[in-house]
Ligand binder design. Structure first.
Ligand SMILES: C[S@@+](CC[C@H](N)C(=O)[O-])C[C@H]1O[C@@H](n2cnc3c(N)ncnc32)[C@H](O)[C@@H]1O
Length: 305
């Protein structure tokens, strides 16, 4: 049975405070390499709750996949993160993720089928339909949609005045080139399956306001972290791989948090948990928004359910 500690376990409190202090210093906390099953359990035990969770596993198609059981594994991943956030963005190939739409774990439901379309796919020779990836946008009933992040100045003004009759939604097709060859050279980190920053950024802006939290527990090169920092959101990142954790540390200029081994056995036992309402994020983000995104600083505080 899970105990919501009335006298909180000191190790849990220490670990939670270490992560919050890291967010206050860097805007991003990178956890040591952990399997997502353990990292999600850790964040649950520490009482974290995010507005947005990115879930970008790799599959046997393309780079990196090593499993035969994706039909069982992906729903399991969704169950790991479902209690942790209001919006979940599940990435994958259309023909694979389509299978999961009908078996989503509660309280998640499908908000939107998003498509990332790229014209520069090297595999187009084998079939032009492989020039796209799917992102299932899943939400809980409480999730807030941040359409205000996608309005132009005129629309924003009208919305502030309550005169915007038709509210244009965020895009459901995102057209951006793949990072390969010379495309996005400055952004490439050496991770074999890195998503472009501009793609992750669009999903992040659908789901979060400034100062809110996103988590990515299969974070690879840390794209979600960079998108968060550039837009004054907070991010908690983790990846199972030591090599990719190092890549993310270098990319973001942030060292991983030092967690005591004992915390992991405590979390593994699943017996103790801090209540989810206890974590308060720092008031002021430590890193200013990226210059090309300054417009977003005037983001309206409007939230659309
Ligand atoms: C498609 S890549 C993510 C790429 C990332 N979105 C980016 O832009 O760099 C999938 C990542 O999941 C990580 N991974 C695979 N199995 C994992 C597991 N069980 N727990 C945590 N991470 C895992 C891999 O190491 C890999 O970096």
């Amino acid at each position: 049975m899970i105990k919501h500690d009335s006298v909180a376990h000191p190790e849990l409190l220490d670990a939670r405070d270490t992560i919050v202090s890291e967010l206050g210093k860097n805007g991003v906390a990178i956890l040591p390499p952990l399997d997502i099953e353990l990292s999600s359990q850790l964040l649950l035990s520490l009482g974290f709750y995010a507005q947005c969770c990115v879930l970008d596993p790799w599959y046997n198609k393309g780079v990196g996949g090593v499993r035969d059981d994706y039909d069982d594994y992906v729903p399991h991943l969704l169950m790991c993160v479902a209690p942790l956030s209001d919006h979940v963005f599940l990435w994958g190939f259309p023909e694979i993720v389509a299978r999961f739409v009908r078996i989503l774990p509660e309280p998640l439901t499908l908000k939107c089928w998003l498509t990332w379309f790229y014209k520069n796919s090297p595999s187009r020779i084998r079939g032009w339909r492989s020039a796209q990836m799917t992102c299932l946008h899943l939400t809980t009933p409480n999730a807030v949609m941040h359409v205000e992040n996608f309005l132009n100045d005129v629309q924003r003004e009208k919305m502030e005045q309550g005169k915007l009759l038709y509210i244009p939604g965020p895009p459901s097709v995102i057209e951006e080139s793949l990072l390969c060859g010379f495309v996005g050279r400055n952004e490439q980190t050496g991770h074999p399956s890195q998503k472009p920053l501009s793609v992750i950024e669009k999903t992040l802006l659908m789901a979060t306001a400034r100062g809110e939290l996103a988590i990515d527990l299969m974070s690879g090169s840390g794209t979600t972290g960079e998108a968060c920092v550039a837009n004054e959101r907070y991010a908690i990142l983790c990846d199972i791989s030591e090599e990719y954790t190092r890549i993310a540390e270098k990319r973001l200029g942030v060292a991983r948090v030092d967690l005591d081994e004992s915390i992991l056995s405590l979390v593994n036992s699943r017996e103790h948990r801090l209540p989810q309402s206890t974590v308060s994020l720092p008031e002021a983000h430590p890193r200013p928004a990226a210059p090309h995104l300054r417009g977003r600083r005037d983001q309206l505080e409007l939230k659309i359910r």
